[in-house]
Design a protein around this ligand. Sequence first.
Ligand SMILES: [Ca+2]
Ligand SMILES: [Ca+2]
Ligand SMILES: [Ca+2]
Ligand SMILES: [Ca+2]
Length: 244
Amino acid sequence: MKIFVIIFCLLIFTTPAIANANLDSDNDGVSDEDEIKIYRTDQFKADTDGDGYNDWQELNNGFSPHNFRQVKLEDNDTDGDGLSDRMELNFHTNLNNPDTDGDGYKDGEEIKNRFDPLKGDKVKLDKKIEINTKKQELSYYLGGVKLGEFSVSSGKNNSTPKGTYKVLNKITKAWSPYGLWMPYWIGLGTGKFGIHELPIWPSGYREGENHLGHPVSHGCIRLGIGPAKLIYDWAEKGMSVKIY
Ligand SMILES: [Ca+2]
Ligand SMILES: [Ca+2]
Ligand SMILES: [Ca+2]
Ligand SMILES: [Ca+2]
């Protein structure tokens, strides 16, 4: 009898919740729950921004359902907090509230300064770089969320050591024993190799501009002009770099 009562209670209390989770009032393919909690769209209006495409079509094709112009999620910032709608979805922040955790700092500022935008106290998020030598790609992550990726040139004949290394040092313009400059040097492990911008010969000639995407270096990981400075500025001494 007791078991029967428990089962009966479970049925009456859980069934409506399950039904609600799948409820799609405006029949646009996105559940009410997801519209309210994740996408912050109008659960009673299939086409929230009135551009002729319903919310599901927009989200499924990577467009913002909050902009009547055809703007991609990564190029739209609904709440103007410096964090794109795409990144808000990735970080699980509220794309319609510039300060999700209400601590006085905008979501975009928090991400830029490495703070958790979901926790009011000053909790720092982990930074991580990963280099995929097969794909010749460097990705960088904050709190497990990928912020971006760049094409690299790693060592020829598998000469880039695999494993997880810590950032040893950062030097704006390091000198290589091969007789060339390595701008935006990020030393890894014991500093015998690292990440840097396409190297420059003393004559001024820039090495390997067309080599990104191909493993041609002596073991270092080369980045293009632009991405090298971005990663240099973003990287911190002691942070983890995984090469595989
Ligand atoms: Ca819906
Ligand atoms: Ca729309
Ligand atoms: Ca935003
Ligand atoms: Ca905040």
